[in-house]
Design a binder for this molecule. Structure first.
Ligand SMILES: [Zn+2]
Length: 475
């Protein structure tokens, strides 16, 4: 206790005390890195956990992302047109402070949309070298207007939960670091994903094929044997894109509540949130309370990685137009750092603290690059076509492609107005499942049979002219 008291008096020399027991476990020598003492994002940590559940997952995930990037680079252009994606915020509260007002959620949505549409005023702060690389994603998010049963909704659910700490309650003290390591691997992610399941004190997802589910609650861990410390490890985390190759389905059993979406600690929502971070996290009030944590997590949900690749200079984020770095920016806004050599537009660009996928402070994040945007749009179109096809956005009207008849009794003809077309055609069912993939080589026309069931199908045509998405009715 004397040691703890001393640490309290000179907190800056005792960062481990101020970080809680989980961060102490993460800071053991074989884990040591500057970032381990920071509160951060749990998305890559979740992917590493998935790799523990099913070794090989991360390698397959890296290849999946590299393939998307390379495929995009080989196209003349990717799809264009504004996509509107319905979102639902599930608020879980144990006390009234976490039951955020509608105005906070609406402000969060404003920040999310301004950021994705590059309409935020701080885009003027993007350094000149990066200006040719950044863009408007033409992705927008709208609060759902109908729930899965078709009833009107404001896109916000509110649920009282008997669970105060969705990070869980740690049953160990500082003498039991190995047990804490094991708990971190065995219990932490199970605890978090309770928020996504009615039966575990959370709120079950609305069909993630049709909505982006965003859960908001208290993600801290309570440590009763460590002076009742309330430890914050992650501001938020997002699940990786659906249909990820080598996805460990075992995780659905292991993480009892696992459903896809984004989990956020309630004080990071919006720029007008009345909740302050308590000691020892109060410095984050100035760093992350800008509504941009959700922008970062939505980037993960749509397939992006951290801009530093979660590793040294040899680790890439698999995006061609983002500079490499060997570390996160640690919530600084350092315009001088240039930790790795790379060549983009003929230059060795500095670390891009402007990027939403860094750990820079919200005040200096203002950009996605075109390469990142292309990945997110491709992930939506190939993994989540029903997010957009349920809304008025139907077709990236592509004059190079026509199709008929629609409706059809079972088969459609796709005609390429340019000769010598190579294309990949994907057919999705009403629930977003991929039914078939059809390759076309050097052809002007091809015929595709839809599935057995009558109803709507989503067809995507990937060709040298980009991606066309359209709906066909079988009747
Ligand atoms: Zn992240």
């Amino acid at each position: 206790m004397k040691h703890l008291l001393l640490c309290f008096l000179i907190a800056t020399t005792c960062p481990l005390f101020s970080q809680g027991l989980i961060k102490q476990a993460l800071s053991k020598p074989h884990h040591a890195s500057a970032n381990d003492t920071l509160v951060g994002c749990g998305s890559f940590e979740l992917m590493k956990h998935a790799d523990r559940v099913k070794p090989g997952f991360l390698k397959a995930a890296n290849q999946y992302l590299a393939n998307i990037t390379n495929e995009n680079a080989n196209r003349k252009k990717t799809s264009s047109g504004v996509m509107q994606i319905p979102v639902v915020f599930h608020i879980l509260y144990n006390d009234t402070s976490a039951n955020l007002a509608d105005s906070v959620i609406q402000d969060q949505l404003r920040v999310l949309n301004e950021s994705f549409r590059r309409q935020n005023t701080d885009t003027v702060n993007t350094r000149a070298d990066f200006k040719p690389l950044v863009a408007d994603s033409e992705i927008e998010f709208v609060l759902a207007t109908n729930d899965p049963a078709g009833n009107p909704t404001n896109g916000i659910t509110r649920t009282y939960s008997p669970t105060k700490y969705f990070g869980g309650v740690l049953p160990y003290d500082q003498t039991q670091m190995q047990e804490i390591q094991d708990w971190l691997n065995d219990s932490l992610y199970y605890n978090y994903f309770r928020i996504t399941q009615d039966s575990l004190g959370g709120r079950s997802a609305w069909n993630s094929l049709n909505y982006v589910n965003i859960w908001v609650g208290d993600l801290r861990i309570f440590e009763p044997k460590f002076n009742d410390f309330e430890e914050l490890v992650f501001f938020g985390l997002a699940t990786p894109p659906a249909n990820h190759p080598n996805w460990p389905t075992e995780i659905y059993t292991e993480l009892g509540g696992f459903q896809e979406g984004i989990l956020l600690h309630y004080p990071v929502i919006g720029s007008n949130n009345p909740n302050l971070f308590p000691t020892p996290y109060q410095s984050y009030d100035a760093l992350v309370r800008s509504g941009k944590i959700l922008v970062h997590e939505m980037g993960h949900y749509l397939g992006l990685r951290h801009i530093w690749g979660d590793g040294d200079c040899t680790m890439d984020d698999f995006i061609h137009d983002t500079p490499r770095s060997d570390r996160s920016s640690s919530f600084n806004c350092n315009h001088v750092a240039n930790n790795c050599v790379d060549t983009i537009l003929g230059m060795d660009l500095p670390d891009m603290v402007e990027n939403y996928m860094d750990y820079s402070s919200g005040n200096c994040q203002n950009s996605f690059t075109q390469g990142q945007i292309d990945v997110m749009r491709t992930v939506i179109e190939t993994n989540r076509p029903y997010l957009i096809s349920t809304r008025s956005f139907v077709v990236d009207a592509n004059p190079a492609i026509s199709y008929y008849p629609n409706p059809t009794s079972g088969q459609i003809t796709i005609h390429f107005n340019e000769t010598n077309s190579d294309a990949t055609i994907r057919v999705f069912s009403i629930d977003g499942s991929l039914i078939k993939t059809h390759e076309v080589t050097n052809s002007t026309e091809t015929k595709i049979a839809l599935g057995q069931q009558n109803g709507l199908y989503v067809i995507q045509v990937h060709s040298g002219n980009g991606i066309s998405t359209f709906r066909v009715l079988k009747q």
